[in-house]
Design a protein around this ligand. Structure first.
Ligand SMILES: [Zn+2]
Length: 323
C-alpha cells in the first residue's frame, strides 16, 4: 500500500487506547458470508444492518459489533444483520503502526460500483464486496460504522436525498450530519450503493464516523448511535430519550486539497470546528505555503486528515443546511 503523508501533528494521533477485540469466534457467520450474523425476529418489519471494520484499522467498529452481539441485541421486529466488513485487513492491525492496515488491496469503501461486476478484478476487497452483496441488496436501513483520524464530535456522512436526511434527523445522538459531493465521488462508497444511492428508494445508508480511530470514547459514542439507529429503523422498540437534539445538518462547500502533496494545518483543529467569519486561516498548501482560509461565514471544518494518502483530501468546509 502507498505510504501515508505524515507530519509533526500526525504523531499526536497514533496513541492506541485499547486492544482490538478478538473476532475469530464470528468467522463462521450464520447466513452465508463469513463474519456476517443475521437474526430474524419472526415478525414482519424492515431489514437493518450494522457494518463495522470496512477499514481494518478502524477497530472501534469491531468492539461495537462485539458488544451488540454479546449483549444479545436482537430485533423485536424485522431482521437485523451484523457485518464485520473487512476482517482480513482487521487481522493485520499493529498498534505500533495503527494506520497501516486500512485495507489489503484496495479501499473497500470505494469499490461499490462497476468493480463488482468486473470479473477480472480479483482484489481482496472487491471479492469481499461480492460476497456481501446478496445480503446488502436486501437491507432497508444500514449503519456503516467508521472512525476518523482527527478528534472531535461524531459525524454522519450520507446521500443528500430527503429519506436519508429525515432518517438521520430522527437519530438525535448524531451531532453532525454531512451531505454533498465528496472527494473521489466517482468511486462509490457503500452508502452510495444501489438502493442507498437511488433517490427514488426509501432505503437509507448512514456512514458514521464515531470518533478518533483509537480513542476508546469512539466505542461508547458509536454504540449509543447504533442502538438509537436500530430503534429509529424500527427493529427495536423506541426508548424515551431526554437529550434535546442539537444536530447540525451540513453540506460540503469546498473540499480541501494539498498542493504537490503538501499541506499543513495552522492549528490542531478538531472535527466540527466552527468558524463564524469567512477568511479564517485553516492551513497552508503547497511548497509556497498558499494560505487556505474558510470560504464562507458560519463555516464548519469536517474531518481533519493526519495520515493522508497521496491524492487524498485534507478535510472539507461545510455550511449548515437551512430548511
Ligand atoms: Zn473508514
Amino acid at each position: 500500500m502507498a505510504p501515508f503523508v505524515m507530519d509533526e501533528l500526525s504523531r499526536h494521533y497514533t496513541n492506541v487506547e485499547y486492544v482490538p477485540v478478538d473476532i475469530s469466534k464470528y468467522a463462521d457467520g450464520n447466513c452465508g458470508p463469513s463474519f456476517v450474523w443475521s437474526f430474524d425476529s419472526g415478525r414482519s418489519g424492515p431489514h437493518a444492518m450494522i457494518c463495522g471494520i470496512m477499514h481494518g484499522n478502524e477497530i472501534a467498529g469491531a468492539a461495537i459489533l462485539d458488544r451488540l452481539i454479546e449483549g444479545n441485541v436482537r430485533p423485536t421486529r424485522g431482521k437485523l444483520t451484523y457485518c464485520f466488513g473487512n476482517p482480513t485487513a482487521y487481522g493485520q492491525f499493529d498498534s505500533s503502526a495503527p494506520y497501516n492496515n486500512r485495507s489489503v488491496d484496495a479501499d473497500m469503501n470505494r469499490v461499490w460500483g462497476a468493480e463488482i461486476d468486473d470479473d477480472s478484478n480479483q482484489l481482496a476487497e472487491v471479492r469481499r464486496v461480492r460476497a456481501l452483496r446478496p445480503i446488502v441488496d436486501t437491507v432497508d436501513y444500514l449503519l456503516d460504522i467508521h472512525t476518523m483520524q482527527g478528534r472531535g464530535r461524531p459525524v454522519a456522512l450520507l446521500q443528500g436525498k430527503p429519506a436519508a436526511l429525515d432518517f438521520a434527523k430522527s437519530i438525535t445522538g448524531i451531532p453532525l450530519v454531512l451531505t454533498g459531493t465528496m472527494h473521489q465521488a466517482e468511486r462509490l462508497r457503500l452508502r452510495d450503493y444501489a438502493q442507498f444511492g437511488d433517490p427514488k428508494s426509501k432505503s437509507v445508508a448512514i456512514q458514521l464516523e464515531a470518533g478518533q480511530h483509537w480513542q476508546a470514547s469512539a466505542i461508547d459514542e458509536g454504540e449509543q448511535v447504533a442502538l438509537e439507529f436500530l430503534e429509529c429503523a424500527g427493529v427495536l422498540p423506541k426508548r424515551p430519550r431526554i437529550q434535546e437534539s442539537d444536530q447540525k445538518r451540513l453540506k460540503v462547500v469546498e473540499i480541501i486539497l494539498p498542493e504537490g502533496g503538501i499541506f499543513e494545518y495552522a492549528k490542531d483543529f478538531e472535527n466540527g470546528a466552527y468558524f463564524p467569519q469567512h477568511g479564517t486561516l485553516l492551513g497552508f498548501a503547497g511548497p509556497d505555503r498558499r494560505e487556505v482560509r474558510t470560504p464562507v461565514d458560519e463555516c464548519y471544518f469536517i474531518m481533519p486528515v493526519h495520515f493522508r494518502l497521496d491524492g487524498g483530501s485534507c478535510g472539507r468546509f461545510a455550511k449548515e443546511i437551512v430548511d
